[in-house]
Write a new protein. Sequence first.
Length: 178
Amino acid sequence: MASLLRSTANGLTVARAVVGLPLILAFEGGWYGLAWWLLLLAGLSDAADGWLARRAGGGSSWGARLDPLTDKVLIAAPLIWLASTGALPSWAIWLLMARELLISGWRSQALDGAPASSGGKIKTILQFVSLLLLLWPPGWSGSSLLVQVGWWLFWPSLLLAMTSAVAYLKPRSAGSLN
């Protein structure tokens, strides 16, 4: 049973990675409703694969390494789109992407894949919510208010990204000094 749960969790992770291209194509084609739904489904699959891995008594080593990378790809697509439209400043996206690359590199060196910290998990959830609101399609009810709320939520998610990066790197830095 645990093997089936791990395989399903890994399958969800791979499916989430594949959603990146249709997400970008939906933005490019002006299909904002489709893009929004793809992002929502991807976010839900992230929660589902984590839940399945925990139910299995822990995910696979492969899944532990692929899951955060998939999250980065999925978050990068809408962030870059939002920067290209001027909805978010490029410097903030650059800072966030630099953080993600740094942490991904650090995690790749950790034997256990460096599971996400609670701050990192909260950051990811806040980023997904912020992006879903920022990308609320123009024709949908309440769009201008929800987009504004998404913009305001982006900034705490950026702050959490920076503080969780420090938390990830601090123990390693302190240990390497000894």
